[in-house]
Design a protein around this ligand. Structure first.
Ligand code: CAA
Length: 380
């Protein structure tokens, strides 16, 4: 087993780390406070090739592997988890799905601008009554000649305010259960497509989240991804890759917490010495570092298995389950180490805790990850 990153992966890590320090660190707290979308920063991430990392060059992407993507996600999210999720949705839920399952026409029209960062994508699966129970879709797409007529509501859509293209999952034949679900690309400005008000969230507040409403939206048949009835499997297969991205985001948040806790504990004095010299603090730091390293190994394992073309759904679920738990735990410990300073906004560890919590919820809650893992184990 090789634990060394190759030269490209090291270069991606360094580039992402530098970008996070130079372009995100100074403004992350203010954007969180004011709930400002990072337009400039996302544009620059696009110019770096980070918005379509796994897309082949011929479709505007950086042609990198899933491990490089996970490494970049970790570094970006260690400083700004909101930028992390915007990048993750565009990369894994939109660009990857189109690369793997889109038609040539869809790749030319939608993937090239999405992968090069000129356009932004969103992925709309969740509904008011279909969160974890994703097969319970109420949004309908009824075929009329060369079009589908789309009606329904989608909830909690990351990038929903700013997306140019949104992949929407909808029921095309309610008699067939999950086999009657299909996937479509909806374009901004289509008649009957509207956005609700921006959600006010606990964390990742610099990213946007909205509900979407479709009232008789006329979608050309060419915007359907794959065959009719392929939508649920498309969503599940796309989410497997997405879970690596969110696991890497959680890993990044945990690393950000450890970096902050280390820095603070070396600088802060109590009982006539830096608190880093107190065993109570040292044990916390050791536990955080160990949990983070375990999370990193799980994330890397899932990414490498994806790159090798092996099944990786269980490994992606394990990585997300562990990394998200680690993010929350490390954020709490970082606050504890900072004491009162950790609880106020002067130091940014309270933002890390607010950002960490969502990683246990979106792209499948921790309970859903346990379902995926246990089903895979029992099937083996
Ligand atoms: N790959 C391919 N096919 C898959 C699959 C996978 N990973 N997982 C399931 N399927 C197939 C099954 O094989 C089955 O097909 P067949 O009948 O042909 O065998 C079909 O899909 C239905 O599967 P299940 O019977 O397992 O379905 P279920 O109702 O028991 O649900 C579930 C399975 C895992 C719980 C699923 O509903 C799920 O993942 N729920 C969570 C949804 C989720 O992650 N939402 C995230 C929203 S996006 C988001 O959060 C983005 C963001 O904001 C950042």
């Amino acid at each position: 087993m090789n634990f060394e990153l190759n030269e490209t992966q090291k270069m991606i890590q360094e580039t992402a780390r530098q970008f996070a320090q130079d372009e995100l660190a100074a403004t992350a707290d203010e954007r969180d406070e004011k709930e400002l979308f990072p337009y400039e920063q996302i544009k620059k991430l696009g110019e770096l090739g980070f918005m379509g990392m796994m897309v082949p060059e011929q479709y505007g992407g950086a042609a990198l592997d899933a491990l490089s993507y996970a490494i970049a996600m970790e570094e970006i999210s260690a400083v700004d988890a909101s930028c992390g999720v915007i990048m993750s949705v565009n990369n894994s839920l939109v660009c990857y799905g189109l690369t793997k399952y889109g038609s040539e026409e869809q790749k030319q029209k939608f993937l090239i601008p999405l992968a090069s960062g000129k356009k932004l994508g969103a992925f709309a699966l969740s509904e008011p009554e279909a969160g974890s129970d994703a097969t319970n879709q109420h949004t309908t797409a009824v075929r009329e000649g060369e079009f589908y007529i789309l009606n329904g509501i989608k909830n909690w859509i990351t990038n929903g305010v700013n997306a140019d293209y949104t992949i929407v999952i909808a029921q095309t034949d309610s008699t067939k259960g999950h086999k009657g679900i299909s996937a479509f690309i909806i374009e901004k400005g289509m008649h009957g497509f509207s956005r609700g008000k921006k959600e006010r969230k606990l964390g990742i507040r610099s990213s946007d989240t909205v509900s979407l409403t479709f009232e008789n939206v006329k979608i050309p048949i060419g915007n359907r991804i794959g065959e009719e009835g392929f939508g649920f499997k498309f969503a599940m297969m796309t989410l497997e890759g997405g879970r690596i991205g969110i696991a890497a985001q959680a890993l990044g948040i945990a690393k950000g917490c450890l970096d902050a806790a280390l820095k603070y504990s070396k600088a802060r004095k109590a009982f006539d010495k830096p608190i880093a010299e107190l065993q109570a603090i040292q044990f916390k730091l050791a536990d955080m570092a160990t949990d983070i390293e375990a999370a990193r190994l799980l994330v890397y394992q899932a990414a490498v298995m994806k790159d090798l073309g092996k099944p990786y759904g269980k490994e992606a679920a394990m990585a997300k389950l562990w990394a998200s738990k680690t993010a929350v735990k490390c954020a709490l410990e970082a606050i504890q180490i900072h004491g009162g300073y950790g609880y106020v906004r002067e130091y940014n560890v309270e933002r890390y805790l607010r950002d960490a919590k969502i990683t246990e919820i979106y792209e499948g809650t921790s309970e859903i990850q346990r379902i995926v893992i246990s089903r895979a184990m029992l099937k083996d």
